[in-house]
Design a binder for this molecule. Structure first.
Ligand code: UDP
Length: 530
């Protein structure tokens, strides 16, 4: 068919490293898949902050430099000032993160659709991030665009099941979802959700974010299929429920693990140091790309590591305020000042974008030499608690972007203290590393509860105070001992199970009978492009 030589996928990622990284990896899988003839992928990313983080620039630039057929396009910034009223500002007149996410979910799809309609080389397939599903009704409305539309969920299948079921819950449940005691929230055929573990977008039913979430959920049904970064054996029950037709008719394809390959070029002083440590003796600590720990939590963490007696690699975003913060869209390397400026400028009207006339070709990121202009200053840990300095000889603290996959894949790593971001989980499982779950935001509490479950059984979960998000040092120390100690029965079972899953995960992408490889081939072929 004529598609054979001109198969062009427009891939639309949400902002944030937890979305951009798996989107890039999906793109690479599609381009290198032997049975799929995709000639080009254009990856679109919405712009949120005035500048993207250094980590993000590095990841994108290295993709461009690999000389594969991926064009990367940052959509023009969304004019948030048009969308806010005073009641969405926090006491410091800053637009809250929740509001920014809500506006992005609503506005970014319009920019994307305008951009693809102005492309010379029209896409023959669209793959949109799950959270940007509001793109789908817009594409449906365009008269010159009849292309298959898929979604990519860099999340659990369980969250996808919740997404399909949420419009129903919205009709059936009165009041806030967490105001009904301990009764679990039920999705047909799936594990129930403890109300206190529920997805953050459903926490406040009066917030604009919840309304956007519902619109997002309703749009899911327009998809021709959903790729999920999971695999059969990790979520058998949920995937079966999704296939049963009781939750949705939309076909769901588990295509995980979608993670990057380890790369010798990412070898740095951390990996060199790991080389000389004992097998499975080191704890890796990372609470994700966007969370910075408070002063108090750094102290508890340091004491906890000390109590555990284990060596560690600690990927730490220094606090921008005494209390720490979470900014999902603010990632490593972006300093707090830039972020503040960006927040305050939000209220000044920025140039009104004419979304009818996005010139896509002008927006494509150009290949540059990988040399960065001026080395980034590594941040000086000047005012950390004394406990933090006391433990320095026992491990390594990484203040900028850590080579997480190379660390997790190292034989010296024995456990991962993780915020349970979905990518971190998939990476940890793929490397056979047991998890100490420390869920903070978004759907991370659901993720942690799933990992702890019998069916999966690869984590222990820390008790995180809902109000302060603080975990005490003793609890941290004890959990680490449990995961590392060869004599601990629970720890033993967890270690054994995660290694089993590692082997299964490796098979999922096997070119012979791999379930994920097979799923991806089937979808693309069903669109007549192979
Ligand atoms: N990551 C990394 N180095 C860091 C912090 C994060 O390589 O110092 C990567 C990590 O391997 C993962 C992604 O960034 O691929 C984070 O995604 P995740 O879903 O775990 O959490 P999020 O940052 O979205 O909360």
């Amino acid at each position: 068919s004529h598609h054979h030589h001109h198969h062009h996928v427009a891939l639309f990622s949400s902002p944030g490293m937890g979305h951009i990284i798996p989107s890039l990896e999906l793109a690479k899988h599609l381009l290198t898949h032997q049975k799929i003839t995709i000639t080009k992928i254009t990856l679109f990313i919405p712009s949120i902050n005035s500048s993207s983080s250094k980590a993000e620039k590095d990841v994108l630039q290295s993709t461009i430099n690999q000389n594969i057929s991926i064009d990367i396009i940052h959509l023009p910034p969304i004019d948030i000032s048009n969308h806010i009223s005073n009641n969405v500002l926090d006491p410091n007149n800053i637009v809250t993160l929740e509001t920014k996410i809500a506006i992005t979910m609503h506005e970014a799809p319009k920019l994307f659709v305008s951009a693809i309609s102005n492309m010379k080389f029209k896409p023959t397939m669209i793959i949109t991030d799950y959270f940007l599903s509001q793109t789908l009704p817009l594409v449906k409305k365009m008269n010159n665009m009849e292309v298959p539309m898929y979604l990519f969920a860099p999340t659990s299948a369980w969250l996808v099941a919740l997404g399909f079921h949420s419009p129903k819950l919205d009709k059936e449940v009165e009041g806030e979802y967490h105001s009904h005691g301990e009764t679990p929230i039920l999705i047909p055929g799936c594990k129930g959700i403890h109300p206190s573990d529920l997805f953050q977008m459903m926490e406040d039913r009066t917030h604009r974010l919840y309304l956007e979430y519902l619109l997002m959920c309703e749009a899911l049904t327009l998809a021709d299929g959903i790729f999920v970064n999971t695999f059969e054996e990790l979520e058998p029950k949920t995937l079966e429920a999704l296939r049963s037709g009781k939750i949705t008719k939309v076909p769901i394809f588990p295509i995980g693990p979608v993670i990057r390959e380890t790369n010798e070029q990412n070898r740095n002083h951390v990996v060199d140091w790991l080389d000389i440590q004992e097998e499975e003796s080191v704890i890796y600590v990372s609470l994700g790309s966007g969370y910075s720990m408070s002063h108090e939590q750094i102290k508890e963490m340091a004491i906890g590591l000390e109590l555990s007696g284990q060596k560690f690699v600690w990927s730490l975003r220094p606090p921008s305020t005494k209390t720490g913060n979470n900014n999902y869209y603010l990632t490593a390397g972006e300093d707090a000042e830039t972020n503040k400026k960006c927040h305050s400028s939000v209220q000044e009207a920025s140039t009104q974008m004419d979304i009818e006339k996005i010139n896509v070709d002008d927006l494509i990121l150009k290949s540059k030499s990988s040399k960065t202009n001026g080395a980034t200053k590594s941040q000086e840990p000047s005012d950390f608690p004394e406990e933090f300095y006391r433990i320095q000889s026992n491990g390594i603290v990484v203040m900028d972007w850590a080579p997480q996959l190379e660390i997790l894949n190292h034989a010296s790593i024995g456990g991962f203290v993780s915020h349970c971001g979905w990518n971190s989980i998939i990476e940890s499982v793929s490397c056979g590393v047991p998890i100490i779950g420390w869920p903070l935001f978004a759907e991370q509490r659901m993720n942690a509860s799933m990992l702890q479950d019998e069916e999966v059984g690869i984590a222990i979960r820390l008790n995180v105070s809902m109000s302060t998000k603080i975990v005490g040092s003793e609890e941290i120390g004890k959990a680490i001992r449990k995961i590392i100690d060869k004599g601990d029965i629970e720890g033993c079972a967890i270690r054994k199970r995660v290694k089993e899953l590692k082997h299964i995960a490796q098979k999922a992408w096997s070119h012979h009978h791999g379930s994920s490889y097979f799923a991806l081939t089937r979808i693309i072929n069903s669109n007549g492009v192979s």
